[in-house]
Design a protein around this ligand. Structure first.
Ligand code: GCU
Length: 722
């Protein structure tokens, strides 16, 4: 009789405890990699000895946010609040700041020379007989970056007792480009709508803006272009500039500058002028006055990003002027204030019948040396348009007198939108480590954009953001890794994408090795899987006009070079775009040794084969199999890889919170379905062209070609309709 209530009570208590545990673990991805969840008890105990008190000022806004981030982070990770102190009272003090702001730090005499404005040192030291950790920058921002690095060490379970770290960014401008419109839509956005609530700005500054700034600062991003490169001119009107200024105020303590995309014809549209000719003195005066107006509101404004004479956007060529004329005019308006122009090289003309891959180089290369000192040319990683795989852009290394900055796409416009798990680290790394040979062996793209090879100090890397109003910011948990890896590589383009993936997994999910290793392996293979099930062997641009799903047959677009058939050139005899000397001669835009390699069918890496060559279906590949066989094999491999990813994930149930686990599982199921669709539709189409039977052992497409061609998808996300 007695035991019964006792068992019941115990049962209820257990149930309540389970519920609490589940609730405590419930996660929606909002916290990104800054979750600061309690570490394993033994790990936390180890760290507590080195995190006993915090000595940090709060005299400036940046010092204040550094302090609150460390307090928040350490309390979350270690499970207890850290006392603040002015002096060292025990072992385990963390001393944070700059030589200028703290006499205690000045006394330490750490070597902070050559750190630059954003660098820092983290050092284990002994002061007055006490073990301590110093996190020291030459500026408050340097100290903030150091604080985030220190937190990362704890988040990823690394030793912190003998630290001797020294870091400064290799690239100066590390910016996110938002393709956001003032009506809230996001061009190629798959994570909801724009996080900028323009309507309520400047009065309402959503807390999310601060969290955005924290996330960016934690990975070293120091710039944000808040509107799309194809926006109208309204952003430059006084009412909107006030809204932009409010955002800039929120971001400033985190070292983030605001930039704007500007429409070249703004002087006509909002300035009442009759022309936007860059050589017209009224136009020049208008932009000067506009720059002055902006800097009155935003003293640390970063500058302008410009898409001109590209895909219907206005530009200097409307007035028979060059890109240099246009960029320099804007640069001169910004120069007195220290601003820069990021002028995009993504230009091609539908009036030009020549290979689209060649056009940016032809347009810009002759202008080398003509740009003013505060102009950077923002260049996409490849010559076409952010495809799953392209060779590096031939402009890298071809304009030694001009700083070229990298533009990567973080949003997965061509890589499965929100749902496909595709970690872009390997793509970025492949491009950054590509050898342009323009200054001899070792002339990597990384060394061109970090300025070291050509002696530029103005350097930059931009990433087209994947951020929106979804609770998890990026449309899926794994897409957060693409924002993360972009920031880390912009800080140091030589980092390994695998090491970055591992950091991210540990911070975002768990330090449990049984989870970390398989997930990192899965991420590292995911980009190649997508290449295989979408566009293997150097194919590209096989998607439908909405950029959703396969349509290699499509010839519906108004312009030739928007059609998949323009790119793959498949016919009864073979497939691929001949860009050799006897073809479009796009190879000639690369340095001679690279051009020679790409020109030679035997030497071209097979992963770029059909980008550079038109090859017969029965061409013998290195494996000894025919091209047709290999094409089918790659498509099939891509699907098998996704199946494998699903199996890996299925084995990992229970290691992380249910919410994120289940969404990843559901998205992987979508990815498998769509990978199969890509494979089957492409094989069905290419088989209809080649007329060849499927190699033995390979399953035929699940449906007829007609079926795939009949599919339509209204309301595809990311396609703006303003
Ligand atoms: C791609 C993309 C467009 C974008 C353009 C650009 O073509 O589909 O939405 O505007 O790139 O980068 O300018």
């Amino acid at each position: 009789m007695k035991t019964r209530p006792c068992i019941l009570a115990t049962l209820m208590l257990t149930l309540a405890a389970m519920l609490c545990a589940v609730q405590a673990r419930a996660e929606d991805g909002y916290d990104l990699w800054l979750r600061y969840h309690p570490l394993a008890p033994e790990q936390a105990k180890l760290y507590r000895g080195h995190a006993a008190e915090l000595i940090i000022g709060s005299a400036t806004p940046t010092q204040a946010v550094t302090r609150s981030e460390l307090q928040r982070g350490l309390q979350g990770l270690l499970g207890q609040a850290l006392p603040l102190s002015d002096t060292i009272t025990r072992d385990g003090a963390i001393i944070v700041g700059t030589v200028a702001s703290s006499p205690l730090i000045a006394k330490l005499q750490l070597d902070t020379q050559n750190l630059g404005g954003e660098g820092y040192v983290i050092r284990s030291i002994v002061v007055d007989g006490h073990a301590a950790t110093a996190i020291v920058g030459r500026s408050d921002i340097g100290a903030l970056y150091g604080a985030f690095h220190f937190l990362r060490l704890l988040q990823t379970g690394q030793a912190i007792d003998h630290l001797d770290l020294r870091e400064s960014p290799r690239i100066k401008l590390r910016a996110l480009d938002h393709w956001d419109y003032l009506n809230g839509q996001v061009e190629r956005g798959y994570a909801g709508t724009s996080i900028w609530d323009w309507w309520k700005l400047p009065d309402w500054r959503a807390p999310r803006y601060t969290d955005y700034a924290r996330a960016n600062a934690s990975i070293g991003i120091n710039g944000t272009v808040v509107n799309s490169v194809t926006s109208g001119a309204t952003i430059l009107t006084p009412a909107y500039l006030e809204k932009v200024a409010a955002l800039a105020d929120v971001f400033r303590p985190y070292g983030i500058r605001v930039y704007l995309s500007v429409r070249f014809s703004a002087p006509i549209e909002i300035g009442g002028l009759k022309t936007a000719d860059p050589l017209d003195p009224h136009v020049q005066a208008w932009w000067r006055a506009k720059a002055d107006e902006i800097y009155r509101l935003i003293p640390d404004f970063g500058g302008f990003l410009v898409k001109a004479d590209s895909e219907g956007q206005p530009g200097p060529q409307d007035y028979h002027r060059t890109h240099a004329d246009g960029a320099n005019m804007l640069a001169d308006a910004l120069a007195p204030h220290g601003g820069v122009v990021m002028w995009r090289t993504f230009v091609y003309s539908q009036a030009n019948p020549d290979d689209r891959a060649k056009q940016a180089y032809e347009e810009f290369k002759p202008l080398d040396g003509q740009f003013h000192a505060n102009v950077l040319l923002q260049t996409k990683n490849g010559p076409i348009d952010f495809q799953p795989r392209e060779p590096f852009h031939p402009l890298f290394g071809a304009m030694p007198k001009t700083p070229l900055m990298m533009e990567f796409e973080i949003t997965k416009e061509y890589l499965g939108f929100a749902t496909h798990l595709v970690y872009l680290g390997p793509l970025y790394e492949e491009v950054l480590s590509a050898d342009t040979m323009t200054h001899g062996k070792g002339s990597t793209v990384a060394k061109i954009i970090d300025g070291s090879l050509e002696g530029h100090t103005l350097t930059g890397m931009a990433g087209d953001a994947n951020i929106g109003t979804d609770r998890n910011w990026c449309g899926s948990d794994f897409n957060q890794a693409n924002w993360y890896v972009f920031g880390r590589l912009a800080w140091n383009p030589s980092l390994s994408s695998r090491a970055i993936a591992e950091e991210w997994v540990r911070m975002t999910f768990t330090n449990n090795e049984a989870f970390v290793k398989p997930v990192v392996d899965m991420m590292m293979g995911s980009r190649e899987a997508a290449v295989d099930y979408m566009t293997p062997l150097g194919l590209l641009h096989l998607m439908s006009p909405s950029h959703y799903g396969p349509a290699p047959w499509d010839a519906s677009e108004s312009e030739a070079d928007w059609r998949p058939v323009y790119y793959h050139r498949a016919d009864r005899q073979g497939i691929g775009f001949d860009r050799t000397r006897t073809g479009s001669n796009a190879v000639a835009e690369y340095a001679p040794p690279v051009a020679a390699r790409f020109n030679d069918l035997q030497q071209t890496p097979e992963q770029l084969l059909l980008y550079f060559h038109h090859v017969p279906w029965d061409y013998r590949m290195r494996s000894g199999q025919t091209l047709w066989y290999e094409l089918v094999a790659h498509y099939t491999q891509g699907v098998d890889d996704v199946k494998q990813m699903r199996e890996t994930w299925n084995r990992l149930d229970g290691y992380i919170d249910e919410e994120r686990y289940r969404q990843v599982a559901a998205f992987l199921a979508i990815q498998e379905k769509e990978a199969q669709w890509w494979r089957d539709a492409c094989i069905a189409y290419f088989q209809s062209v080649s007329g060849l039977p499927l190699p033995p052992g390979y399953a035929p497409p699940q449906h007829s070609l007609k079926y795939y061609q009949s599919l339509t998808f209204p309301y595809v996300p990311g396609v703006s309709s303003w």
